[in-house]
Design a protein around this ligand. Structure first.
Ligand SMILES: Nc1ncnc2c1ncn2[C@@H]1O[C@H](COP(=O)(O)O)[C@@H](OP(=O)(O)O)[C@H]1O
Ligand SMILES: [Mg+2]
Length: 344
């Protein structure tokens, strides 16, 4: 890729292109119907997670060999050769033409750590797959053999399972000297119509001091709406939700999708008082959210550090908001005993 743009801008432009290719791999694995699930270190992983990560890591390390790339997947190294069309050397033209912030002009590859979550929202991906796997006759048989289930209820169940796939994202976060400065969130199952044709997938990016691209953020909702986990709750998580005094709580999968909720005006605060999220879950979301004027920290209000030697778990939870005012509101409402419980 011949471009004279500064390194961070080139790396962001490459990440936009490769995230979209990884998203297609995620959809292709689903279409084949065999997810190849196995138990990873602390959660399930699938063939889609592994393949998407191989595509991202191979593509970026071919162009930026000294950048430290850390991915979520910890499965066995695959012996099989990478398909040639998984190695992406293209770079997004719009991003390449961005003005690089002055403080990032002279960043070197050695200063960068890239955090990759090839498939954020794995629970939602596998639950979405469960429904898609059934052929239409199987689905109707399921209905017919359950006479107590009304058609309306069954259709809403079907809808919600399809809907889970929208929660899936591919995350590539770029950090420089511990701080997320740029990031990409790609949503493989987002649907748009263009000239009567269905287009799948969208990619948004954020760059410090420049802003976000790929979509237009919406203003926050008028009332306080909180977004949180739908598959990893526990009593501490619920306690933190209670104290927010929110009008509504929206439970969705994935850190990337929750930041989408914030940027699309569907929620204004993201609360997760648990140590379950890792650096690859929050690096890209933090970069994109802060480029849009928001803030993502732990529940004490402190920023995480994203250097290569930092521990992977975000031990003290996640608290994010669309602006500083709502962020400080949320930090103040978290009771000390909850902060102490997570800091232990
Ligand atoms: N208790 C837990 N154990 C393992 N992973 C957790 C977790 N809590 C949160 N996570 C991870 O944090 C991300 C966001 O979680 P949630 O959807 O519950 O908000 C998910 O990433 P992955 O889907 O990439 O694994 C999820 O697995
Ligand atoms: Mg994740």
């Amino acid at each position: 890729m011949a471009s004279s743009a500064p390194l961070v801008v080139r790396l962001l432009a490459s990440s936009v292109s490769v995230a979209s290719r990884a998203g297609k791999i995620v959809r292709d694995v689903m279409s084949k119907g065999e997810l190849g699930m196995f138990q990873g270190k602390d959660d399930y992983q699938t063939e889609a997670d592994r393949s998407a990560q191989r595509c991202i890591v191979a593509s970026l390390s071919a162009q930026y060999p000294k950048v430290n790339i850390i991915g979520e997947e910890d499965g066995p190294e695959s012996e099989s050769e990478l398909p040639s069309d998984w190695i992406i050397s293209e770079a997004d033209k719009e991003v390449l033409s961005l003005e690089c912030p002055v403080n990032l002009h002279s960043v070197k590859e050695e200063d960068i750590v890239v955090w990759v979550d090839p498939l954020d929202g794995t629970s939602e991906y596998t639950q979405g797959a469960l429904m898609l796997k059934r052929d239409p006759w199987e689905r109707w048989k399921m209905y017919l053999t359950h006479p107590l289930i009304s058609i309306k209820w069954y259709l809403s169940l079907l809808q919600s399972h399809y809907g889970f796939l929208e929660h899936v994202t591919v995350l590539i976060g770029i950090s420089v000297n511990d701080k997320p400065v740029a990031g990409v969130i790609h949503q493989p199952y987002y649907k748009t119509m263009l000239g009567g044709e269905k287009i799948l997938g969208r990619t948004i990016w954020g760059l410090q001091e420049v802003g976000v691209g790929g979509f237009t953020p919406a203003p926050p909702p008028d009332s306080l709406i909180i977004t949180t986990t739908r598959s990893h709750s526990n009593p501490l998580v619920e306690k933190a939700l209670q104290v927010m005094n929110a009008g509504q709580i929206v439970r969705v999968g994935g850190a990337g999708y929750k930041v989408f909720q914030l940027l699309e005006g569907k929620a204004s605060i993201y609360v997760f008082a648990s140590s379950g999220c890792k650096k690859w879950d929050t690096c890209a979301p933090e970069a994109v959210l802060s480029a849009a004027g928001g803030k993502l920290t732990d529940i004490l209000g402190n920023y995480y550090k994203y250097g290569g030697s930092e521990s992977r778990p975000n031990k003290t939870g996640v608290l994010a908001a669309v602006n500083d005012e709502l962020h400080s509101y949320a930090v103040k409402r978290i009771p000390q005993e909850l902060k102490d419980a997570l800091s232990k």
